[in-house]
Write a protein that binds this ligand. Sequence first.
Ligand code: AMP
Length: 396
Amino acid sequence: MKILVINAGSSSLKYRLFEMETEQVLAKGVADRIGIGNSFLKHTGKKEILIDKNLPNHEVAIKEVLEVLTDPEYGVIKDASEISAVGHRVVAGGEYFTESIIATDSVREKMRDIIELAPLHMPASLMGLDACRKVMQGIPHVLVFDTSFHSTMPDVAKLYGIDYDDYKELKIRRYGAHGISHQYISEESAKIIGRKNFNLIVCHLGNGASLSAVKNGKCVDTTMGFTPLEGLIMGTRSGDIDPSVVQYLINKKGWDISQAISYLNKSCGVKGISGVSSDFRDLTTAANEGNERAQLAIDMFSYRVKKYIGAYAAVMDGVDMIAFTAGIGENTPEVRERVLDNMSYLGITYDKELNYNCPRGETVKLSKDDSKVLVYIIPTNEELVIARETLRVSSK
Ligand code: AMP
């Protein structure tokens, strides 16, 4: 059975085709710069190819994806009918969608209500979904939400300290994000530790970054909130900040509210602190060359991760395992080192040399045998979770 996984952005459409018997990736690629000119399709299947193609919208893009997937030279299937189901990554599910679901017209209608919760990302998810449902009719399209894994958070963790009626009426609460990755890492961690009942802290450190506290396989807290702006310092997002800063910025800079929110999402984080880049490869290079602000950005990023690990160990009454994943979690030893050093209160010991010389793209055990907490690097695989969820839901 073949499942196509789609991750739609406002001007891009990433895809991955899985053979589910073996969970093997048959082909993958991206249709990029959709609707903004100079668009192209990058595909890896039987062979790799880069096609310059006018892609005015997502519908044309998905048609081109099917063309290349069925191409005799580059493709991996003879006909689009070999695809049994499509899995779509959806950023926000609100309170309504707490698990993956087949997209029907009424589900699609309900998703409109969620746009307000994630105005930056939901319109893109919906554009991708609508285009795929139109082009690939007669097969299930399954929605897999980035918030579902966090829906098990108890009230004490998910509610803000605001008027309870506003939570009830306006659904203002913490939803979290990156749930698909947190779910994958918690499932992989359970396989490693060999049991279901344990306390895990997942550190998903990418351009967007979040931690989750996972007790006995269920998420009990996460750092992102109503939107992905809350929590850790990220590539360009500020993370936790006193909301009064927004008012002050508006007054001082003559901005309106959307300019202030856009600033906190796009111009802050390690990019704003360093003045160098949002990318940790640039930051570590600059810091090694003596750039103090780049060093400060790395230190501040790592400090906040460490602070939340302490908080999550506290709320779970201890931690059995810490797992690092995503671009920075998997590839930036300077961050892991700053997070893991001086954790003797938790009984953490780890191999400092291995941390700097571990193989890329593999699961690596960093903790030493005498460590009271297992510490691992586990490469994330969000597309595989979406494919598995799509298989599970569509075979019901
Ligand atoms: P992600 O959002 O998970 O794709 O992570 C993107 C971030 O991971 C980039 O902005 C970099 O800061 C970091 N990153 C990715 N690859 C590497 C690498 N090979 N070395 C250091 N940092 C990396």
